[in-house]
Design a protein around this ligand. Sequence first.
Ligand code: ATR
Length: 279
Amino acid sequence: MNTPPDQYGVVGHPVAHSFSPFIHGMFARQTNQHLVYRLYDVPPAQFRSHVLEFFARGGRGLNVTVPHKLAAAELANELTPRAERAGAVNTLALHGENQILGDNTDGAGLVQDLVVNLSVAVAKRRVLIIGAGGATRGVLAPLLMLGPAELVIANRTLERARELAQDFVDLGTLLCCDFNQLPEGAFDLVINATSASLSGEVPAVSAAVIGAGTVCYDMAYGKEDTAFVRWARENGCSSALQGWGMLVEQAAESFELWRGVRPETAPVLTALKRQSQIL
Ligand code: ATR
């Protein structure tokens, strides 16, 4: 008798346009894993009960996206050290008989894309990260571990940048400011971790942060160039990138946690970029 496939999925609200089923479907075919991966559009009020029921019915793992990443950290019975540090969870996995483990693969995904796929140097470089929300929280520790010369968090609301800097100060030197107090000079790497791209906006940061060799990276992605990528190019950046690679790499980290095999990301990234032109 054929065994039913293991159940996985992504929970978000909204989630209809998620590329995760496409990505995990390709990973599963590539590694011969017998699984299904579904979309679950669940509003915040039902998040907890939905997730508990999913696992109670034999579900094996979930990705968690906006707006549930903090709620997922609260729900998990146990957190990996990197999820604990981030205070946010993007991956839930069945652990033992009935325990739910929470992990955060966003930071590892970003670093893998920057350092391995794109060969962007972070060590001893000046790095600016714009935004002080959950997305920044998820990636600060792995970025600091790469040993930048300077890591500046700039946020529209200074207080949130301050809080974040305090939470991570034990891992390295972190400066924080609002958009009017940015340190002078161009940065080697500027990362947009705000949610501004989702509404087609660009954070009001001076273009002086961009110099001849600056790499600009938007954690957001879209069929067209994001507003941040357009802004970077218009201001002389010759290397302005969207977060497609981070999306695929964080998914690969989740897949490995669930299945114990590391899928190849390059063919999936190529197919995803092609597919996103069609969708
Ligand atoms: P996420 O989990 O995606 O990080 P969040 O926690 O709501 O979401 O944080 C959103 C981040 O994007 C914040 O840093 C927010 O700035 P504020 O803290 O000042 O609200 C930032 N952001 C959103 N829209 C923005 C815009 N139009 N310009 C600048 N920053 C913006």
